[in-house]
Design a protein around this ligand. Sequence first.
Ligand code: FAD
Length: 461
Amino acid sequence: MGTQIVWFRNDLRLSDQAAVRAAAAAGPVVALFILDDAAPGEWAVGAAQRWWLHYSLTALAADLTRIGGRLVLRRGSTADVVADVAAVTGATAVHALHHYEPWAKSQQAAVARAIDLILHDGAYLTAPGTVTTGSGGQYRIFTPFWNALLRTMPPGDPYPAPMIRFASPPTGDDLSDWNLLPTDPDWSGGFDVWTPGEAGAHAALTEFAAKVADYDVGRNLPGRALTSRLSPHLHHGEISPAQVWAVLDGAAGGDALPYLREIGWRDFAANLVSQFADFAEEPNRPAFARFPFRNAPADLAAWQRGQTGYPIVDAGMRQLWATGWMHNRVRMIVASFLVKHLLIDWRAGERWFWNTLVDADLGNNALGWQWVMGSGVDSSPFIRIFAPVGQSRKFDAAGVYLRRWLPELEKLPDDAIHAPWEAAPMVLAAAGVRLGKDYPAPIVDHAAARARALESYAAIR
Ligand SMILES: Cc1cc2nc3c(=O)[nH]c(=O)nc-3n(C[C@H](O)[C@H](O)[C@H](O)COP(=O)(O)OP(=O)(O)OC[C@H]3O[C@@H](n4cnc5c(N)ncnc54)[C@H](O)[C@@H]3O)c2cc1C
C-alpha cells in the first residue's frame, strides 16, 4: 500500500484517533500539521490559542518521536502543502478527522481536489448532522437534541494508539520559527496552570473523575475547582469525547450525567456551526440585526481590562487575561454585562474571547454569546438580565473568587466585597480601598442600565 498522510488539525492525539488508526492500517505514515493562517480568515488561531498550540504540537512531536516517527510542520496554503508533501513522499491518500467550521469544509474540499482525502468521525460524540428529528430535520433546541443523542450512547469503545510504521518524512519547519509564543510583552506567565498535550489531557480527566459526583452543584461556584477544565484539551482534540465518556460513565455511574450533558452542548454547537455557515457572525434571530448597540470604545476597554467597577465582572476578565480561561458561570455574567449593561455588540465580546481563551472554539463561543444575547436558535424569548451583584453574592458568597483575582479588594469584608460602592466610607478606609483610585467606581448604574437594556430589547420586538 502507498504512503498515507495523517493531516492533524484540532485532533492532536494518537489514541482513539480514527485518522491515525486508518492510516496506520493502510500503509507507512507521514504525520503532518499545517499552519494555514489565510484559510480561516478572521478566525485564524487566536493569540492565547497559539500559546496552547505551541506546547500541544511539542507534546505530539515528542509522542511521535518516542515511537520512531516525526511530526512534519509546514506553513502555507493547505492544499498546496498537501500536494507538495504527497509528491515528495509518493503518498496516495490523506486521512483526517472531519471538521465542520465553514472554512474547514472549504479547506477539505480543496484538499480533496488534489488527492484522495478520507475523512473520519471522532471529534464529537456523534457526527454533526446525524442526530435528526423524526422527520429527518436538524434540531435547533438543545434538550430534544440531547435526548435523541442519548439514545445513541454510549459511544464506541475508545481504542489505544495503533502500531505505526512511518514513511521517510519530508523536510519541515522548526516549531520555534512559527513564533507562536508571545514576546514583548510575554503575557503568558499565568498559563503555567496548563499542561497541553495528550498526557496532560488524560491527567486532567483522571483528576476530575475523582470529583465528578460534585459537579452538578459545584459547577456554579467559581471559587471552587469543581469543573473539569478539559475545554482546551477537547478543543484541540488531545482527548476524544468518547474517552471522556468511557472514563466518567464508568467512574460515577449515573452521577456523571449532568457533566456528560455539557459535552453534549459541545456536540450541539458543532451541529449549529455545520448547519448555519454564518453562525459565528450573524444573529440567528433576524430581528437582532436591528438591535441598537452602542459604539462605546472606552466601556469596551474597561470591560476587557477588568476595570468596570463590578467585582465579579472584573475578576472574570482578569482570570481570562491571566490564565486564558474563565469559569462558565462568570463567562455568562461578563457576557451579559457587556451586551446588556453596556449595550455593546456581542461580536466584540466574541472576538475578545477568541483571542484570549485557550479553549476558543468557533461553535461553543458563538453559542455562548448568542445565548446570552438572546439572538440564538435556542435562546429563551424573554429577556434575562443577570444582576452582577446578585450573582456574585449567590455563587461566590465568601468572596473567594473575587479575592483571588482582585487583590486590591482583599481586605473588604464578605458583605462589602461584592459591591464596594455600597460600603460605608469607614469600611472602605479600613480595607485600604479608595474608590476611583485603587479600584474603579462602577462604570454604569445597574438599575439605569437594566432599564436601558429593556428599552433596547423592546425596540426590536
Ligand atoms: C459567552 C460564552 C463563551 C464561551 N466560549 C467558549 C469557547 O470558546 N470554547 C469552549 O469550549 N466553551 C465556551 N463556553 C462554554 C463554557 O463556558 C466552557 O466550555 C467551560 O467553561 C469550560 O470549562 P470546563 O472544561 O471546566 O467545563 P466543564 O463544565 O467541565 O464542561 C465540560 C466540557 O463540556 C463542554 N461545554 C461545557 N459547557 C458548554 C457550553 N455552554 N457550550 C458548549 N460546550 C460546553 C466543554 O467542552 C467543556 O470542556 C462559553 C460560554 C459562554 C457563556
